[in-house]
Write a protein that binds this ligand. Structure first.
Ligand SMILES: Nc1ncnc2c1ncn2[C@@H]1O[C@H](COP(=O)(O)OP(=O)(O)O)[C@@H](O)[C@H]1O
Ligand SMILES: [Mg+2]
Length: 302
């Protein structure tokens, strides 16, 4: 569905330039693909390139065979794409129905009866049928995101791109929104970006981990977890000894008789008594970030 090759994006020039993407190659199929990375990793840049809003500095993008660097390709891609930006400007005085209808008009859906029908359909699909005629300014965070998804779905896109849709939602809204995306991915490609690990593990068969514009890993969540096998430890300290050498503390818990740490690192080091633990996706993410940072440090020092 998406073929990205040697994609590089540099913002600005000279000393002030920022490398948002570095020689990124990635292919994405149907179903739900999760792009996980911290703030500044380049997720939004990648999505904006896919949506044709930003041009790459180098490299190529193909969506369903269409070349995103040509005008013809861009038009074809736009027709099959739904995009929910990270910062979606809603119109607070419009109702959900008016908003989605307005977006449908912007997408050239000129046949009014067909458009009305489609608007009602997508509002139903995202669970807003009951609230369709309420103004957006009264909506909760989750309802606003669902209105955003409704607008992105109005042209029945084969590819849906959603940029950090769950940030700022409460747990219930997040779960509901996630389930909606999984549903939508049953018959289209969905590309989801997030910095929240739980958004991915539960929902995506395939994922990529992005950091500083580079793809650190591409595979299933289980394969990502496999990369951290043997790197996760638990230890309970009773003497106030805090981990400091080369271990990352993933979590800590104060108990009546000491402090229990969950640590990520190549060896237990200063804690020979540490017990190996089964990694989870969050541990694996920490491990990938950590090994990347250490690799960069070794390069700098060498
Ligand atoms: N329009 C822009 N001009 C200059 N730098 C930018 C611009 N947009 C993003 N950046 C920089 O590019 C890097 C990647 O940003 P972004 O793609 O927004 O990452 P993410 O979405 O993962 O947080 C960051 O260092 C960011 O500051
Ligand atoms: Mg972003």
């Amino acid at each position: 569905m998406i073929e990205i090759q040697h994609l590089t994006k540099v913002y600005g020039r000279g000393a002030k330039s920022v490398w948002a993407l570095r020689d990124l190659s990635l292919s994405i199929d149907e179903g739900m693909f999760g792009l996980l990375g911290p703030n500044g990793a380049g997720k939004t840049t990648l999505m904006r390139i896919l949506a044709g809003i930003v041009s790459p500095s180098q490299g190529s993008v193909r969506v369903a065979g269409h070349d995103a660097s040509t005008e013809k390709g861009k038009t074809a891609i736009k027709a099959m794409l739904g995009y929910l930006p990270q910062e979606l400007g809603l119109y607070p005085e419009l109702t959900a129905r008016q908003f989605v209808d307005y977006m449908a008009i912007l997408k050239n859906m000129n046949d009014e009866p067909a458009r009305r029908k489609r608007v009602a359909e997508v509002l139903e699909l995202v669970g807003l049928a009951q609230d369709a005629d309420r103004k957006l300014k009264g909506f909760s965070g989750g309802m606003k995101r669902r209105a955003g998804i409704a607008h992105a779905l109005v042209n029945d896109p084969r590819l849906l791109i959603v940029d950090e849709p769950t940030s700022g939602l409460d747990p219930e809204e997040r779960i509901r929104f996630r389930n909606l995306l999984v549903d939508l991915a049953s018959d289209r490609a969905v590309l989801l970006s997030t910095h929240i690990v739980e958004d991915i593990g539960q929902t995506c068969r395939e994922m990529g981990v992005l950091s500083h514009g580079e793809l650190l890993f591409r595979g299933s969540p289980n394969e990502v977890i496999g990369a951290a096998q043997g790197k996760v430890w638990t230890v309970t300290t009773t003497n106030g000894h805090k981990p400091n050498h080369g271990m990352t503390v993933v979590s800590m818990l104060h108990l009546s008789d000491g402090t229990q740490y969950r640590l990520v690192g190549p060896q237990p080091g200063e804690f020979p008594e540490a017990q190996p633990a089964q990694p989870g996706l969050e541990d694996a993410y920490v491990w990938l970030m950590k090994s990347k940072e250490e690799g960069a440090r070794v390069k700098d020092e060498g």
